[in-house]
Design a protein around this ligand. Sequence first.
Ligand SMILES: C[S@@+](CC[C@H](N)C(=O)[O-])C[C@H]1O[C@@H](n2cnc3c(N)ncnc32)[C@H](O)[C@@H]1O
Length: 256
Amino acid sequence: MPESVRSSERPGERPNERPGERPSERRGAARTAVVWEALLPVLGDEPRDVVDIGGGTGGFAVRVAELGHRVSVVDPSPDALASLDRRARERGVTVTGQQGDLSTLLDLVGPDSADMVLCHGVLEVVDDPAAALASIHRVLRPGGALSLLVAQRHAAVVARAMAGHFGQALALLDDPTAAGRSGRRFTREELDTLLGDAGFEPVSAHGIRIFADLVPGSLLDLEPGATAALVELERAVAERPEYLPLATQVHLIAQR
Ligand SMILES: C[S@@+](CC[C@H](N)C(=O)[O-])C[C@H]1O[C@@H](n2cnc3c(N)ncnc32)[C@H](O)[C@@H]1O
């Protein structure tokens, strides 16, 4: 296992600000800490075959590879795949990048080929979310797990209203596609139905970025200990259903 992982820090386990850490890295850690905490026990310690569909520049994929798993990224963007390659080389791990998208995923990686599929920030932009989840289901081995991270509609309505975009907020209330170029926004109930229809069994559900996007970035930058306290708060509310509508994203783990 590479040095970066043998150290005491594993993804999601960084409650304190580290010397020299950039403010953007601190905010990023606060936004993804709860995702990693749900992901790590499902990944387990044995090396697994992990496919990151729409893995982009490898923010998740490279860290999963650092944990010792065999990771491939399928993404339509050649620029993202080039950045992924650079990031993986810098971190001393191998991540296979393939150009493709959710409509070609099954042909590229084959059926029953993955122990885990990450689909983070992608279901929002596909033409047919139901077909996308059906392909992911086929790519997974029986018992394999999907990690699905998706933008959540109620929080998007609030964010637009708070920014003074009242018409956009109104349009988004009941229409998942009304977010325009940034794609669909889903409710937890819609996601549960989509996953059930595709044949998945629910494992866990967490609200992500319940407060992280509401606090001013300058507060995290200037106040010692603020990021750690925010992460603790995010952890405490992530599984409370009453806070889920405030979450920028929903993170669902589901099993084939
Ligand atoms: C918001 S980024 C998320 C990147 C990464 N998954 C993460 O969480 O950091 C969305 C990614 O989805 C990719 N993408 C766009 N359309 C896609 C499609 N139809 N199938 C798969 N990936 C797609 C984009 O190229 C981009 O890398």
